[in-house]
Design a protein around this ligand. Structure first.
Ligand code: XMP
Length: 175
């Protein structure tokens, strides 16, 4: 049987996202901010975070797939900017669910830099320890977690379990 072990509770996530929202608001007060969220894993956090950033800001989406169903391997990164609005003259806050190898965020940040934004910074809900292969330092980090595969609060295994309100370590059962 598959097993789920709660690593970060719903209440802890709520408190941390609220605190991050306040930090972000203080840092960007009075500035033109666009949050660019990476589909699909950051959607749940985006919905919560944008309501904590109680000042005018825009939201845009990019799709990146480096990970397809398998548990840890990251292949070539495909990025679709179909939903990315113009960020020229605006401060960009790139949002992702988890920093693992660092490939996704460093590549998307590089692409955004070429669109004449005022700045590009990043926020992640989770940073996994011991897996990073590309140097990239997020500006806002929700939680640092051990090298375990996690699901919930937007994170999936094979596109499932995103709905869980907490973050859980996922261990598939023997089949
Ligand atoms: P990189 O390696 O580019 O990876 O930093 C970021 C993307 O990898 C996926 N990922 C995970 N997804 N549980 C998940 O559900 C995990 O433990 C996990 N580790 C990496 C995720 O899509 C993320 O955006």
């Amino acid at each position: 049987m598959d097993s789920f072990e709660v690593l970060i509770s719903e209440q802890e996530i709520e408190r941390r996202v609220r605190a991050l929202g306040q930090e972000i608001m203080a840092d960007y007060a009075g500035k033109p901010l666009t949050i660019v969220a990476v589909l699909t894993g950051s959607l749940v956090m985006l919905a919560d975070l944008m309501r904590q950033v109680a000042m005018p800001h825009r939201v845009a989406l990019v799709q990146a797939s480096s990970y397809r169903g398998a548990r840890t391997t990251a292949g070539d990164l495909a990025v679709s900017e179909a939903f990315l609005v113009d960020v020229a003259g605006r401060h960009v806050l790139l949002l992702d669910d988890i920093l693992d190898t660092g490939r996704t965020l460093s590549e998307i940040a590089r692409r955004l830099e070429s669109r004449q934004p005022l700045s590009v910074r990043s926020a992640v809900l989770l940073r996994k320890i011991g897996r990073q292969v590309v140097p990239f330092e997020p500006d806002y980090i929700g939680f640092t977690i051990p090298d375990e595969f996690v699901v919930g609060y937007g994170l999936d295994f094979d596109d499932d379990y995103r709905h869980l309100p907490y973050i859980a370590v996922y261990r598939p059962g023997a089949s």
